[in-house]
Design a binder for this molecule. Sequence first.
Ligand SMILES: C[S@@+](CC[C@H](N)C(=O)[O-])C[C@H]1O[C@@H](n2cnc3c(N)ncnc32)[C@H](O)[C@@H]1O
Length: 230
Amino acid sequence: MTKTKTSPITRGRDLNHVAWLYDPLIEKLSFGREQHFRTKTMTLLALAPTDRVLDVGCGTGTLTLMIAEALAEQGETIGIDAAPRMITIAKQKANRAANAARFQMGVAEQLDFADNFFNIVVNSMFTHHLDRELKQRFFAEAWRTLQPGGQLITADIDRPSTLLAKAVGWGGRYLLLQPELEDNLQGQLPSMMKAAGFVKIQRLAHLHGLISFFAAIKPILDQPGVVPCR
Ligand SMILES: C[S@@+](CC[C@H](N)C(=O)[O-])C[C@H]1O[C@@H](n2cnc3c(N)ncnc32)[C@H](O)[C@@H]1O
């Protein structure tokens, strides 16, 4: 895999080498349904104007920019990605659109943010780039950086529910030689979220028999005076 000198070290499959192709490719690979997927993600995020949102594995920042646009000036949106070229493209898109989203390089398994900093952590088509141990570390980091009562929203490949989706999902796993897809295809994301400490884990929606949208909450433990942040 091509890395630039400044790539952070991760076992995650970063997409630095194809960053320049990512936006046009996604449009084609989704058969023109990208906008529908993004709109669905935004609806399920149900943002409030003051939300502080982290988009992990943000790629070229398409979703991050939509989130920042939806938030009023009191809100804050940050996108991180392990691929420097993805971050460069995301910053260029933000500059062109005069969008307030901030982007920085970083790895999901070791987030460079304080405990309890965000009230939403979102990740879109991201976890299937991580092996099992990195997924566990990512969910633990999402839990750490979320405020009590904060929400993790995950849109990603899940256990296929149709024959076509099984063929596409498992075909992709073997044709692309991508073992990282297996936890997703076996439907293991919710149990991994639970193991990280999340509660109220729900599958909010399921698209094309293959992609699910999950919500999970960081519980408010017995801390007097701590109130839900949404
Ligand atoms: C399929 S892309 C999804 C991009 C974006 N979220 C979207 O919805 O279009 C997955 C992204 O995860 C990034 N990535 C892979 N491993 C990572 C890691 N350990 N930490 C942060 N980002 C990582 C890749 O560089 C890539 O940009």
